[in-house]
Ligand binder design. Structure first.
Ligand SMILES: C[S@@+](CC[C@H](N)C(=O)[O-])C[C@H]1O[C@@H](n2cnc3c(N)ncnc32)[C@H](O)[C@@H]1O
Length: 243
């Protein structure tokens, strides 16, 4: 259970290549598919994340990195609430192009760089805050991803991980399970032109640790004061931890 294993891949290298290529392919329609499939709740999940880290965003000179930034929605949310230096990174070039166009349209200057979240070209102890929204689940080694975040955080720095989770054995959980396995791939496929991307989505969520399991992995990785809140009936969880 190291990390994501898209169907048809058998090594970490193949899995990473598959994920990168898939996100590159859906980048132009990613936002539309996201907003439609989540009924716009994705905006609320990111806002909840920004709210929980506001105390760091207010610190003068705070340095913030949004990992796996995609088209930049969380990056913009973070930057719009602070004068902090907020930068974004992703390993998909088309996603970064979309993020760069969007930040420019909104009038924000946010440095962006292309990098694998598992091997960041950054010095130890560089950031006060690292955020990652719907990115960790796509890494080929979750624990290695957490370790890399830990490495580049300053002592006392904070990580905020927003990710899909499993709602559990409730009525909502059953309905959500049906929706994500049967409806989401069809609508997501139609909107993005890439059915496999939206078949992969529920598969990768199913493979990802539960909220409690992720909290344990964070503690194993050295994070302290680990806590999480469940959002939308547990379909999503926001984890926080301190170095
Ligand atoms: C589901 S999208 C999330 C994008 C954005 N954070 C959001 O909230 O919409 C996942 C992003 O993670 C990126 N990603 C996946 N694996 C990565 C890795 N190993 N290194 C860097 N970026 C990665 C993908 O390219 C994609 O842009």
């Amino acid at each position: 259970m190291k990390g994501t294993t898209p169907a048809g891949t058998s090594t970490q290298q193949e899995a990473s290549h598959w994920v990168r290529e898939m996100f590159g392919r859906i980048a132009p329609r990613y936002d539309l598919a996201n907003h439609v499939l989540s009924l716009n709740l994705d905006r609320r999940w990111r806002s909840a994340t920004v709210k929980r880290v506001q105390h760091i965003l207010r610190q003068p000179g705070a340095r913030v990195l949004d990992l796996c930034c995609g088209t930049g929605d969380l990056l913009i949310g973070l930057r719009s609430k602070s004068a902090a230096s907020v930068m974004g990174s992703d390993f998909s070039h088309p996603m970064l192009i979309a993020a760069s166009e969007k930040t420019a349209r909104r009038g924000f200057m946010c440095p962006l760089f292309e990098a694998d979240a598992l091997v960041l070209p950054l010095s130890d102890g560089s950031f006060d805050l690292i955020t990652i929204a719907f990115g960790l689940r796509n890494l080929v080694d979750y624990q290695a991803g957490l370790a890399e975040m830990y490495r580049v955080l300053k002592p006392s720095g904070m990580v905020a991980i927003l990710e899909f989770s499993q709602p559990g054995d409730t009525l909502f959980g059953k309905l959500y399970g049906f929706y994500s396995r049967n409806i989401l791939p069809v609508i997501g496929g139609a909107l993005s032109g890439s059915r496999d991307a939206y078949t992969y989505l529920p598969e990768s969520i199913g493979k990802f640790p539960s909220a409690g399991g992720l909290a344990d992995q964070m503690r194993n990785g050295g994070f302290q004061a680990v806590e999480f809140i469940r959002l939308t009936g547990g379909a999503v969880a926001l984890h926080l931890g301190t170095k």
